[in-house]
Ligand binder design. Structure first.
Ligand SMILES: [Zn+2]
Length: 337
């Protein structure tokens, strides 16, 4: 049996909106209840993480941005039309980075699945806030997945991160854009927020091929995603043999989640989990707001822990096949695909 642990703090609830906002503390209840129903949440599995220092935050974010978040956390305000800061944001965001770091440290020590069940989310946060052409920070404050990736690179010299949140992980990509030692594979719905992550975006000068973007068609379902996963993600993992993988894990592509048109179900998430059971995972929580957390999150964990749920795609759409072929053609310059 693999080691399985959850890094979680009640402080993650203290970042909270005034009035309705999809990114709110109830998300943690959806996630915890979903895990409980699948017998994947037990008190003895849960560990309270420590905070990171400000110097550590500065390894991924610029000091002006970090100070701005700290100062704004004295009250309630909006950084942009999507993203709020509240009293408690600073403490939650700082401890979320601690959870991401501890998930990586644990994954390096012993093979298993280490879930950093954190808020606020992070993958849209770039070095100084908004990343690339994004209009907003998309509910994110500090980039937990990037910090996990940075921590892993410090420990082992290189890192690989897979982001399957329905939206492109533009912040993570911006932070490591010129770093050839960080492989970032990102599968997401195309042509939605944050309007980046196209197949030709392969990394900056000297880092070409280290960034792999798979922008899936609107309305993609399990077979479409499994096709892309089996044809692109898994062969790169096989070639790279990373040992430890950072997973930027969002469940907002689950059918019924409303923020996107994707129609993923337990089938994809269980397959994804099962296919990664060779590796030790630092799994960093990103998006997912309701049903995806109740059903997609436990399916992924169960897939990883049991190794069951592996599938071949049976009926991918023509558009998904074309998308995968396009990415393969571009990435063959750097990978054996
Ligand atoms: Zn998302």
């Amino acid at each position: 049996m693999f080691q399985y642990k959850i890094f979680y703090s009640p402080l993650f609830r203290e970042h909270r909106p005034e009035g309705y906002h999809p990114e709110n503390p109830n998300r943690l209840d959806y996630a915890i209840n979903g895990l409980k129903e699948a017998s994947l949440w037990k008190e003895e599995l849960v560990e309270e993480p420590s905070d990171v220092s400000v110097e550590e935050i500065l390894t991924i974010h610029e000091s002006r941005y970090v100070e701005r978040i700290r100062n704004l956390s004295s009250g309630f305000s909006y950084l942009d039309p999507d993203t709020y800061v509240s009293p408690g944001t600073w403490e939650a965001a700082q401890r979320a980075l601690g959870a991401a770091k501890e998930a990586v440290n644990a994954a390096v020590k012993r093979k298993g699945l280490y879930l950093a069940l954190v808020r606020p989310p992070g993958h849209h946060a770039g070095k100084s806030g908004r990343a690339f052409s994004a209009p907003t920070l998309g509910f994110c404050i500090f980039n937990n997945s990037a910090f996990a990736t940075h921590t892993l690179k410090e420990l082992t010299g290189e890192a690989l991160v897979i982001d399957f949140d329905a939206h492109h992980g533009n912040g993570t990509q911006e932070i490591f854009w010129n770093d050839p030692d960080v492989v970032h594979i990102d599968i997401h719905e195309r042509d939605i927020y944050p309007w980046s992550g196209y197949p030709h975006d392969v990394g900056g000068k000297g880092a070409e091929g280290s960034k792999v973007n798979i922008p899936m068609p609107h309305y993609s379902g399990d077979d479409d995603y499994i096709l892309a996963w089996n044809r692109i993600v898994l062969p790169i993992l096989k070639e790279k043999r990373p040992g430890i993988v950072v997973v930027s894990a969002g469940f907002d592509g689950f059918t019924g989640e409303m923020l996107t048109t994707l129609r993923l179900t337990e089938r994809f998430f269980m397959h994804a989990g099962a296919s990664l059971s060779k590796y030790s995972l630092a799994m960093i929580f990103e998006g997912g707001y309701t049903v995806g957390l109740m059903r997609g999150l436990p399916a992924f964990v169960r897939g990883y822990l049991t190794g069951e749920g592996w599938r071949e795609p049976s009926e991918p759409s023509y558009d998904a096949i074309k998308t995968v072929e396009n990415v393969l053609e571009i990435q063959r310059e750097w990978w054996r695909l």
